[in-house]
Design a protein around this ligand. Structure first.
Ligand code: ZN
Length: 69
């Protein structure tokens, strides 16, 4: 689990979300306007983020938790 900080592309709000897994992360929406296009902000915690963002760009060969195909 990780507390991550996001920035809404629509209304500019920043907010934090507790993320348990990649599916949680894909479901993050802005609490103010409901916008789904939110950007993760770099936080003070991360040095593992390079690894996890490589994982996030899934071309879906079936190795991940996404439901493509
Ligand atoms: Zn918003």
């Amino acid at each position: 689990m990780a507390l991550r900080e996001y920035h809404c592309a629509k209304c500019g709000a920043t907010f934090e979300r507790l993320i348990r897994d990649e599916r949680d992360e894909r479901r993050v929406t802005c609490p103010t306007c409901g916008e789904r296009r939110v950007r993760r902000r770099l936080s003070r915690f991360s040095s593992r983020s390079a690894e996890s963002s490589a994982k996030a760009s899934c071309a879906c060969g079936g190795n991940c938790a996404c439901k493509a195909g």
